[in-house]
Design a protein around this ligand. Structure first.
Ligand code: PEP
Length: 250
């Protein structure tokens, strides 16, 4: 049985006080949930958010990492620094890093492997552009992003990988994949895992959906057999809406 995950990607939003108030609101409203809840705040606030989340089951992750241990990499942040401030998870390959910041599949793979090698749990984001979907290329794009992203990742290491299927056309646009569209892509990804790893890895790996998830569509999306939770952007910035999504996750 795969535990549902509801993860909030705050992107480049919030300030220190807002982020800490958001976590306080989540703590106050979380109650008994069966979901694993993770927040991904901006780098400068990570330590404060870890402290604010103390005493709750909320986990804290980073939106990115760099592939070296330390040294002359101006502006970058290492896994040791992230773990030092209490981060357990990291996002890699988010569509904004791929398409706004020009991150290639090879770098996504290096980041995924660095996170895994250094003991972090890695959320690998994949998803097609609208023009790729319209050209019936969804499967080939997912195949390429999965093959690259997971190159050199062993079956054992897959225990620390989560996949986030995030169709780029649904991120921050208000356009959500229908539950059937999400399920179709997730089923493709699960079969990919079976083909390239094993039925055990396919069965155990959590595949999250991301793209304009809100309290009113979360339950139906997460209710699909191969959708194991949500990666949420905009709606994770208010405690009420994020809690509504967590409630929808069951
Ligand atoms: C995201 O940033 O991963 C995301 C899914 O954003 P939104 O929920 O705003 O579409």
């Amino acid at each position: 049985m795969r535990q549902v995950i509801v993860a909030g990607n705050w992107k480049m939003n919030t300030n220190k006080a807002e982020g800490e108030a958001l976590v306080a609101g989540l703590k106050a409203g979380l109650g008994e949930t069966s979901a694993e809840v993770i927040v991904f705040p901006p780098f400068p606030y990570l330590g404060g958010i870890v402290a604010a989340a103390e005493g709750s089951s909320i986990k804290t992750g980073s939106q990115d990492l760099y592939i070296e241990d330390n040294g002359a990499y101006t502006g970058e942040v290492s896994t040791e620094m992230l773990k030092d401030v209490g981060c357990s998870h990291v996002l890699v390959g988010h569509s904004e890093r791929r398409h706004v910041l020009g991150e290639c599949n090879k770098m996504v793979n290096k980041k995924a492997r660095k996170g895994l090698d250094d003991g972090m749990k890695v959320v690998l984001c994949v998803g097609e552009l609208i023009e790729e979907r319209q050209a019936w290329q969804m499967e080939s794009v997912l195949d390429e992003q999965m093959s690259w992203g997971l190159a050199g990742v062993s079956a054992d290491q897959m225990a620390d990988i989560m996949i986030a299927y995030e169709p780029v056309w649904a991120i921050g646009t208000g356009l959500t994949a229908t539950p059937a569209q999400a399920e179709e892509a997730h089923l493709y990804l699960r079969k990919w895992l079976e083909l390239h790893y094993s039925s055990e890895v396919a069965e155990n790996t959590r595949i999250l959906y991301g793209g304009s998830v809100k309290p009113d569509n979360a339950a139906e999306l997460i209710g699909q057999p191969n959708v194991d939770g949500a990666l949420v952007g905009g709606a994770s910035l208010k405690a009420d809406s994020f809690l509504g999504i967590i409630a929808g996750a069951g």
